[in-house]
Each structure stands twice: as structure tokens, then as C-alpha cells.
Ligand binder design. Structure first.
Ligand code: AMP
Length: 186
């Protein structure tokens, strides 16, 4: 059974957050979501929070230096195993992560563009997130995903630590598939 650190990779709306919560609960992982941390920072109204607000409101990615710093602070003095949801999102972030931690499993949730749009809009009805409700912002997030984040699939395939899951499956099915991977992964 695998008991090291895990990265959840996938487009916005692919199910990373839901899966991360299930895995954290079942196996006792600490879940680290950079999106959640950035939204907290935004709420605080700090200078950096205002900058983040502008970036999130456009559907763009927060600069690598800022996000890397956030993750480094989280992982500094951290004990136990963690799951990263939403980080890394760029190749430089992945290279940075390599220098500060050890990752043995990347779960890639593969979903179609149509599913992404449908799920994000559905989530927007209750999440209160502006970036889940505005079609232009959603489209921008999808473009950013394709150009900046998707190259990480090859990056981690090359390292032989990528496990690809069909994210079109139901929540329960995805969870079952991932539990099997964790059982068999070494
Ligand atoms: P999420 O909750 O993961 O969908 O993230 C919401 C937003 O936060 C994204 O659309 C980005 O603007 C920003 N964000 C989250 N994680 C990262 C990251 N690793 N790098 C850059 N921006 C990020």
C-alpha cells in the first residue's frame, strides 16, 4: 500500500477537491488546497490579497513565486503525509516542489471540456465563487489549464509516478478506483 505524499492533478471541476477530502478522511492525509489558501488571503484584504483578488477575478494563475512561497511555508516543519490539490499548476511550480518534498504518486483526473464547464457552473450555484459563475472567467481558466497545467501530465508520466483516472466516472467510482491504486501502488 502507498502511504507517501500525493498530488491531485486535473482541470478545474475535475473533482480534485472532492477526492482530496475523501482521501484525507480515509487515510489521514493533510489536505493542502492552494485555491482555498488564496481565497483566504483574498478575504483578509491584505495588499497581497488585493492582488490575488484581481488575478482570480480574471481567471488567471497567481504568479509562481507567490504560490511557491505559500506551499513552502505550509510544508516547512510539516510532519506527516499530505495531498496537494491545485498545486503544482505549472512546470516551474513542479520543479520547485521537487526541491522541497518527495512525491511518489500523482493522480490525474481526466475530464472533457464540456464536463468541466457543466460542473463548474453547477458548483457556482452554491460555491459563491465568482470564478465559478462567469462563463468568460471559466473559459479563461480552461485555457490556462491547457497551456500551463496540462504539460504536467507528461512531466509526471516521464517520472513514472502518474496514474490516470477517468474523471467522468461518478464520485463514488472515482474514489473506488483511487483506493485500488493506493492499495497496489509501490
Ligand atoms: P482552485 O480552487 O484550485 O480552482 O483555484 C482557484 C484559483 O486560484 C485558480 O483559478 C488560480 O487563479 C488560483 N490558484 C490556485 N492554485 C494555484 C497555483 N498552484 N498556481 C497559480 N494559481 C493558483
Amino acid at each position: 500500500m502507498y502511504n507517501g505524499n500525493i498530488i491531485l492533478l486535473g482541470a478545474p471541476g475535475s473533482g480534485k477537491g472532492t477526492l482530496g477530502k475523501q482521501l484525507a478522511e480515509k487515510y489521514g492525509y493533510t489536505l493542502i488546497s492552494t485555491g482555498d489558501i488564496l481565497r483566504e488571503e483574498k478575504k483578509s484584504g491584505s495588499d497581497i490579497g488585493k492582488k490575488i483578488n484581481d488575478i482570480l477575478g480574471k481567471g488567471n494563475l497567481v504568479p509562481d513565486e507567490i504560490v511557491n512561497q505559500i506551499v513552502e511555508n505550509k510544508l516547512k516543519n510539516f510532519e506527516g503525509q499530505f495531498i496537494l490539490d491545485g498545486f503544482p499548476r505549472t512546470v516551474p511550480q513542479a520543479q520547485f516542489l521537487d526541491t522541497i518534498s518527495d512525491i511518489g504518486l500523482v493522480i490525474f483526473l481526466d475530464v472533457s471540456d464540456n464536463t468541466i464547464r457543466e460542473r463548474i457552473l453547477e458548483r457556482g450555484k452554491t460555491s459563491g465563487r465568482e470564478d465559478d459563475q462567469n462563463v468568460d472567467i471559466i473559459n479563461r481558466r480552461i485555457i490556462q489549464y491547457k497551456t500551463e497545467t496540462q504539460p504536467l501530465v507528461e512531466f509526471y508520466k516521464f517520472k513514472k509516478i502518474l496514474s490516470q483516472i477517468d474523471g467522468e466516472n461518478s464520485i463514488q467510482e472515482v474514489f473506488n478506483l483511487v483506493q485500488n491504486i493506493i492499495k497496489l501502488w509501490n
